[in-house]
Design a protein. Structure first.
Length: 348
């Protein structure tokens, strides 16, 4: 990326409310993209074929959901270890870099929070942040029986020194899981609350179910927006989905906000239309969309109507070499690391 673009992003990030939109592309290759699975699920629904629906949802369960149990327990199979390491290291590098950037920002007016909006249902964000001991808000409060509440997503944390009483704000990441999460479980006995499943045990035995029993338990136990055309059959999740979209809207309506879009195809029409509406209504909002490969820019330009929305900019790799593809690792190393003033001063 050209140095003048790096400088522009550096200046923006120094004085803006920082937001990210993450998509499924960031958790590959450990977890697959949903293209074929989504097609299979929707075809089974259109055919009104229960057996095909069970097969499609079980494939989604086996390929996308259950591997997250191994991530939490750190028992990834040898066959998947290389893919896991690649994704895990990329997320770690990203969060360490952003933490440094937030700590080094010159402004004392803006808080030290970064909003991560994601349609991913996996557990990479939480496990990486905990391993790095970086503070984050995921909507849960409580220790023994954590309960989800949207109010918990914007808490700030201040640390006071032991001897002199100096107070400083700690960088914190707010994790907004727009499509729900595998760590969410519904318990009707506790006033219809969403509880935290720390080990995903609530979905462990689903694969043994068959027929309509499987479909019923799948819909009841897994609080995620499924990759199907009629996304909102899960009534429990509806309220949270729209409230999380409202949070996305309110954050991007703030003056001098920036949104970085990574690994996200903008195929979700709800999010795409909302993003376009926000770009139009807030002229101080700047949106940078990273597309994976060279040659993809024109399609995204058309999808996001950049000829109309001048505050949306599509960024693509300079060449089509595999090492240049805009993975999370490449974006972090080639762009975000260069935004850290300390790295720049050291000639990095």
């Amino acid at each position: 990326m050209a140095s003048d673009k790096i400088q522009e992003i550096k200046e923006i990030i120094q004085s803006s409310n920082i937001n990210f939109l993450f998509g499924a592309g960031l958790s590959t290759p450990f977890l697959p993209l949903l293209g074929d699975i989504e097609t299979e699920i929707n075809q089974a629904i259109n055919d009104d074929d229960e057996d095909k629906q069970v097969a499609a949802y079980k494939r989604y369960l086996q390929e996308v959901m259950l591997p997250n149990k191994d991530v939490i327990s750190n028992t990834v199979s040898t066959q998947k270890q290389s893919d896991f390491d690649k994704v895990n290291v990329a997320y770690k590098n990203f969060f360490q870099t952003l933490t440094d950037i937030i700590l080094d920002r010159k402004t004392t007016i803006l808080n030290k929070q970064v909003n991560i909006f994601t349609t991913n249902i996996d557990v990479f964000l939480e496990t990486v942040l905990e391993e790095l001991q970086i503070e984050y808000n995921d909507g849960f409060s409580g220790r023994l029986n954590p309960i989800f509440n949207l109010w918990n997503l914007k808490k700030s944390i201040f640390q006071r020194s032991l001897h002199f009483g100096h107070k400083s704000e700690i960088p914190i990441f707010n994790i907004f899981k727009i499509h729900g999460s595998l760590t969410w479980k519904y318990d009707q006995t506790i006033t219809d609350n969403i509880l935290l499943s720390k080990d995903l045990s609530h979905i462990a035995d689903l694969g043994t179910k068959t027929g309509s029993d499987f479909l019923v338990e799948y819909k009841e136990k897994i609080l995620v927006v499924n990759p199907e055309n009629s996304k909102f059959s899960e009534t429990v999740l509806n309220m949270y989905y729209y409230e999380l979209l409202r949070s996305y809207s309110s954050e991007l309506e703030r003056e001098n906000s920036v949104l970085f879009v990574l690994g996200f195809s903008m195929a979700d029409q709800h999010i795409r239309k909302l993003t376009l509406r926000l770009a139009k209504s807030n002229p101080t909002l700047k949106i940078f969309v990273f597309v994976y490969s060279k040659g993809s820019k024109s399609n995204m330009d058309e999808l996001l109507e950049t000829n109309i929305h001048k505050n949306i900019e599509i960024l693509e790799p300079e060449d089509d070499e595999p090492t240049s593809k805009y993975t999370l690792e490449v974006i972090t190393n080639n762009i975000f690391k260069k935004l850290d003033t300390k790295n720049t001063e050291n000639g990095e």
